[in-house]
Write a protein that binds this ligand. Structure first.
Ligand code: FAD
Length: 498
């Protein structure tokens, strides 16, 4: 066999995006004896949703995203449970990346993460009042103590001049917190690079896993070389399907009863990108606003500073679009029709009926003219010039449709595992890469608990995620949070930017 295709791996991970890369490294650091195989269809690694240009690179910590705090409850308070959960998950990510940096796994962190202000910006009396109530609820908790709120246009002007220049007078409000920007694609490639150097580990790039079949106490994988068409098979006791949009077709090939009824709903994405240095140098923030009421789940628009390919850009979007492909690089228009089975036909038909207005929205969004798109940009950056912006395709989010949800599209992220825990997969797309460390931890706890069964293995996990077995949300753990957060920031060379 090739050096990159192992004889009898313990674990096979399909895909080289941030999910498989994180899980693979966590597993190998937990038990260095493990034989780990990764299989990636493209010849370059992490080119799908995790690639820097295909996602927004926001380290989701609920600082600026209104979607993590729903409407006020009957007492007029804004519930923050979900925001606390996301924040804690992102703390785990920073701890893991910090420990990987200290262990020499990922190189210089400045290449893949940097500090950037996470600003939530709203206009109009109703949203201004809501933001005030949101901040009042959040600042009580030790996670959000550093968050600042203002309704003073001159202060907002200092935080983000492009957003305020040329703006019509009226009520405005903003909060700012110390957030991050992450190049998840580069990070995934660094993690994979370390994995490839470890004993008993191999990465088969340019190979597609075409089928997963159950054997006696193990899984049989069929793989095809994309360059030559050669076919190979491999066996493993545990398989993680981290294939992003390619996960559902592979799960369907297993014949597992748990998969019957699952369907997929792909949502394409587009950005407007500005490379003009005189503009980019004046915006040092990620500015999130209010989601479009016509499609609240397909993404809140935001105006972001990005740092990709060693340069500085501004990104606005995402604009959602209609697609039937599951993968941007290797997907085909036939992906959606070919995912239809007798077992999920009813689910898909229900989804069609339930979501016809969403589909219409996606089609019209995708076909918008440049001037219509610029109108959306100018809501955030009133003086934006059309000539400074270009349209780029973003990644595809493949959302899950489950039988039990009776046609509703699920917009979160969920770990799927078979009833015998021998195969796991990630379904859904949001909040995604930011919580990849927690997803890896969840897969290990659910499917491979023996790897965490000894005091020694728990100590190893504590080296990677110091608070993996603590609840940082509790007031009694505020000091522990301060300490571990500071350590992770130092290891990642992050200086607060607010
Ligand atoms: C427009 C957009 C904006 C986003 N913004 C953010 C953000 O700001 N912050 C955030 O945290 N998350 C964001 N996300 C979500 C995030 O990008 C994803 O959740 C994350 O990258 C998913 O990682 P993954 O490893 O599961 O999938 P991917 O990165 O898609 O990796 C899957 C890999 O599997 C490979 N593959 C597929 N099928 C096969 C097969 N049969 N055989 C072998 N290999 C296969 C693919 O080629 C690919 O490399 C965004 C996503 C989109 C689309």
């Amino acid at each position: 066999m090739d050096a990159c295709i192992l004889e009898a791996p313990d674990i096979v991970l399909v895909g080289s995006g941030i999910m498989s890369a994180t899980l693979a490294v966590m597993l190998k650091r937990l038990d260095p004896r493990l034989r780990i195989q990764m299989v990636e269809i493209t010849s370059e690694l992490a080119q799908e949703a995790s690639n820097g240009w295909n996602n927004a690179g926001t380290g989701h910590a609920a600082l600026c995203e209104l979607s993590y705090t729903p409407e006020r409850d009957s007492s007029g308070k804004v519930p923050i449970t979900r925001a606390l959960h996301i924040f804690e998950q992102f703390e785990h990510s920073k701890q893991f990346w910090g420990s990987a940096t200290a262990a020499g796994v990922v190189g210089d962190p400045a290449d893949f993460i940097h500090a950037v202000a996470h600003i939530c910006f709203v206009t109009g009396r109703q949203d201004v009042d809501f933001l005030h109530a949101r901040h009042a609820a959040m600042k009580e908790h030790h996670f959000f103590r550093g968050m600042t709120h203002t309704t003073d246009p001159s202060v907002i002007q200092q935080w983000m001049p492009l957003v305020m220049e040329g703006r019509e007078p009226g009520p405005v409000a903003a909060t700012t917190g110390a957030g991050t920007e992450v190049n998840f694609g580069l990070l995934a490639r660094r993690l994979c690079g370390w994995l490839a150097q470890q004993e008993h580990c191999g990465i088969a790039a340019g190979w597609k896993v075409t089928r997963l079949q159950r054997g006696a106490g193990e899984w049989h994988l069929t793989m095809q070389c994309q360059a030559t068409g050669e076919t190979r098979s491999q066996r493993a006791k545990f398989v993680f399907v981290g294939a992003g949009g390619g996960s559902l077709p592979l799960l369907q090939s297993t014949g597992l009863a748990e998969v019957a009824g699952l369907g997929a709903f792909p949502v394409g994405g587009q950005w407007l990108v500005c490379d003009e240095p005189s503009v980019c140098s004046r915006h040092n923030a990620k500015v999130y606003g209010v989601a479009d009421p016509a499609a609240p789940h397909v993404g809140t628009p935001h105006l972001d500073q990005r740092r990709l390919d060693g340069r500085c850009q501004l990104l606005f979007g995402p604009f959602a679009s209609w697609t039937t492909r599951f993968l941007k690089q290797t997907g085909r228009w036939s992906d959606l029709p070919l995912s239809v089975r007798v077992s999920n036909l009813t689910t898909l038909l229900r989804a069609g009926v339930h979501n016809h207005s969403l589909v219409r929205y996606l089609v019209t969004q995708g076909l918008q003219s440049m001037e219509a798109r610029m109108k959306s940009v100018r809501h955030y950056y009133p003086k934006a010039r059309t000539a400074d912006w270009r349209l780029e395709q973003a990644g595809i989010r493949v959302q899950t449709i489950k039988k039990a949800d009776r046609g509703a599209v699920y917009f979160g992220t969920e770990v799927f595992s078979s009833s015998d825990r021998s195969v796991a997969a990630l379904l859904g797309a949001s909040p995604g890469a930011s919580v990849s460390v927690n997803i890896a931890l969840e897969v290990i706890k659910t499917c491979l608990p023996h790897l965490l069964g000894s005091a020694e293995s728990q100590a190893r996990m504590r080296q990677m995620i110091p608070t993996f077995d603590h609840d940082l949300k509790q007031a009694s753990n505020a000091a522990l949070f301060e300490k571990t957060s500071r350590e992770a920031m130092e290891r990642l060379h992050l200086q607060p930017n607010t």
